[in-house]
Design a protein around this ligand. Sequence first.
Ligand SMILES: CC(C)(COP(=O)(O)OP(=O)(O)OC[C@H]1O[C@@H](n2cnc3c(N)ncnc32)[C@H](O)[C@@H]1OP(=O)(O)O)[C@@H](O)C(=O)NCCC(=O)NCCS
Length: 179
Amino acid sequence: MADLHFRIATPADAPSIQQLVQSAFRAEDSRKDWTADMALGRSFTISVEDVKTTISKQDCAILLAFTKDHDLDVLVASIEIIKRANGHARFSMVAVHQDYQQAGIGRRVLAFAEEYSQQEWGATTSELNALSTRQELIAWYLRRGYQKTGEESPFPTEKFPHLALPEDMCFVEFTKHLA
Ligand SMILES: CC(C)(COP(=O)(O)OP(=O)(O)OC[C@H]1O[C@@H](n2cnc3c(N)ncnc32)[C@H](O)[C@@H]1OP(=O)(O)O)[C@@H](O)C(=O)NCCC(=O)NCCS
């Protein structure tokens, strides 16, 4: 298992985070129903400015996971976390470098985000969402202890007129009580 160490991102990390996140979301994945729609994945873009804005926001952080390769620190994963009211923490943009996926890193990054939110922000609940079409990813969040809230958020299908996306595609909302 990869030896990971974590830290909070600074503005200087923005270019490497942008590369990591964009390439992870665009990557082909061998797991059936994990990404559901590769054409949609390939349309994913995020700019260095977007990342810098997130990093500089109050009550917002990007957590980074590194491993050592020949004594060099390699950025292998990141996750965006937001402090919300009433002990809620919102997670998004969880991304693992394509070469390091399916090795348990995603699971550890999610666990670290939960631990960080509890310890630093006193969070008692974490929240996230997943595209309704990504059945294997949804099953993965359920195995991580997340439960469907029953709410759905709209997906902006109108932004992708060149893709034949299911009309009822939406984001499924999840929550987890942090012990
Ligand atoms: C989602 C993501 C972060 C998961 O990271 P990861 O490091 O691959 O995750 P893990 O190795 O911890 O877990 C992989 C899971 O895939 C499962 N898996 C492995 N091979 C599989 C297969 N062929 N079919 C289905 N599931 C499979 C494993 O069983 C494991 O689940 P488990 O931990 O419950 O046993 C990663 O795939 C990613 O970066 N994707 C692109 C960005 C993205 O889609 N982010 C989520 C939306 S916000």
